[in-house]
Write a protein that binds this ligand. Structure first.
Ligand SMILES: Cc1cc2nc3c(=O)[nH]c(=O)nc-3n(C[C@H](O)[C@H](O)[C@H](O)COP(=O)(O)OP(=O)(O)OC[C@H]3O[C@@H](n4cnc5c(N)ncnc54)[C@H](O)[C@@H]3O)c2cc1C
Length: 459
């Protein structure tokens, strides 16, 4: 998708700035009027003047150690928007995908597609028990097969493209539920040697496995020396997708700051408390287009170029190069500390005591981030880049923790052991995060009303 879009864009005369990282949004009064960035290769700064800016920077899974996300997922857009005065919503909802690789350590977190379970993959614990039946929510139990035979019949019929009265296997419960089940099995001492559970598809026809899951076959063969047609995979939950992000108008992508628009995973509200598999890419296509059109309309209606403030630019430059000038810790060590806090206190299961402790530790990690020191020069220097990324991750981590504290219920991907049920009143609010003079402010704001034309679709 990225390549096709980029080729199409280049063909239409759009300039693409590869390897160029935005470190700040420029403001003209209340309005966003551009961005300041640096070239990753040379470290040189570049100013973009713009009548409107669209953020599409993805998620922030790098706040956790075990994650399916790449190094770029550091919540830059979330933090840039927050710093510019925009509202973030739903930050407490972060999805953990149930199946990531857990061994060897170098590949920990890499995603194992849901298709493995769709093709009949079975989850078992160290005692060989197929545990997912235990974890099906009572109100959904009837939708799932009751026996291994019924599960297998469903797989065989679906593979053959035939209709069936068999129900789907329990392994195909929602992501949040399967992730919690695996976590619980491991915590209660029924985990595999490396702290996961087994995902086994080796009992299915091996040619079909290789044909239907070629990337999984090669991923395990090349990275873990495991032949999935003969052996089970060792799997565990991995931080995967941010449901929370910039509050954006669904029709135009407009944020709460004039001139600033957003689309994709850096926005909040689109997927509620729990995104369904596959829905991110369709979200991007629809709401990316709307944000582009919204920004273009805004630029036409506000045709005067915003002015550029030299002091603001200098502040951004000083902030960016500060890690060379101060004495402090190595950014990699501080990143690891932040991830440890998020994994321990703001993970799959949460409670008030852990979240309070997590917040306390995050605030002290934040001070360490403000002091990180890097060696070398601005010429392609990943340590320097990470020092700036950490500031963004710190905003996202703190916002997640504060919003999770405020949502005293369990809903979708947000599981509070001290409030294990949904609270109907909280279904009607978004937790909203904003920068204030006193620091980060979190409050419950009413969910927008569904427009009548959409409501009709549900009647
Ligand atoms: C392993 C994996 C598998 C997935 N599989 C599926 C799937 O099958 N179906 C599905 O629907 N979803 C899937 N998802 C989710 C989906 O891929 C993402 O939600 C989606 O790609 C997000 O798109 P985006 O355009 O918002 O951000 P991204 O695709 O993450 O793009 C963000 C871009 O912004 C750039 N950027 C970030 N910060 C800055 C900055 N400061 N300055 C300049 N540029 C910056 C990044 O370099 C990147 O190019 C998967 C996710 C992962 C991690």
């Amino acid at each position: 998708m990225i390549r096709t879009l980029q080729e199409r864009g280049v063909h239409q005369g759009i300039d693409v700035f590869m390897e160029c990282t935005v470190v700040g949004l420029l403001k003209d009064g209340d309005r966003v009027g551009g961005a300041i960035a640096y070239w990753r290769e040379t470290g040189r700064f570049v100013i973009f003047r713009a009548k409107a800016v669209v953020l599409a920077t993805g998620g922030y899974g790098k706040a956790w150690k075990v994650t399916s996300n790449s190094w770029e997922y550091t919540g830059d857009g979330h933090a840039l928007a927050y710093e510019a005065g925009a509202e973030l919503i739903d930050m407490e909802f972060f999805q953990f995908h149930p199946t990531g690789m857990i061994w060897p350590p170098g590949v920990m977190g890499i995603l194992i597609t849901e298709a493995v379970r769709g093709e009949g993959g079975v989850l078992t614990n160290s005692k060989g028990e197929r545990f997912m039946w235990k974890y099906l929510p009572d109100n959904k139990r009837k939708e799932f097969a009751e026996t291994p035979e019924e599960s297998q019949k469903w797989v065989d019929m679906v593979v053959a493209g035939k209709q069936t009265d068999a129900r789907r296997p329990p392994e195909l419960s929602t992501r949040d539920n399967v992730a919690r089940a695996i976590y619980t099995e491991v915590k209660e001492g029924r985990g595999t040697p490396h702290g996961g559970v087994w995902l086994d598809i080796s009992f299915q026809d091996s040619d079909r496995v290789k044909k239907k899951l070629p990337s999984m076959y090669h991923q395990f063969k090349d990275l873990a020396d495991v032949d999935i047609t003969k052996q089970p995979m060792e799997v565990g939950p991995t931080a995967h997708y941010a449901m929370g992000g910039i509050r954006a108008d669904p029709d135009s992508g407009a944020s709460t700051v004039p001139g600033l628009f957003a689309a994709g995973e850096c926005t909040g509200g689109m997927h509620g408390a729990n995104r369904l598999g596959g829905n991110s890419l369709s979200d991007l296509v629809v709401f990316g287009r709307r944000a582009g059109m919204g920004a273009a309309d805004f630029a036409k209606q506000n045709a005067q170029w915003p002015s550029v403030n030299e002091d603001e630019i200098q502040n951004h430059v000083h902030r960016a190069i500060a890690p060379f000038e101060r004495s402090g810790e190595d950014p990699y060590a501080v990143h690891s500390a932040l991830q440890d806090v998020m994994g321990k206190y703001v993970g799959i299961f949460r409670n008030e005591r852990d979240l309070e402790e997590g917040l306390r530790q995050l605030l002290s990690v934040r001070q360490r981030i403000e002091n990180t020191h890097v060696e070398g020069s601005v010429l392609f220097n990943p340590g320097w880049h990470l020092a700036r990324d950490l500031e963004n991750l710190a905003v996202c981590a703190e916002a997640t923790c504060r919003a999770a504290l405020l949502r005293k219920e369990s809903r979708g991907a947000h599981s509070r052991t001290d409030f294990p049920k949904e609270d109907a009143k909280l279904a009607k609010v978004n937790m909203s995060v904003k920068k204030s003079q006193e620091g980060m402010a979190v409050s419950a704001t009413p969910c927008p009303q569904m427009p009548d034309e959409l409501r009709k679709l549900f009647e």
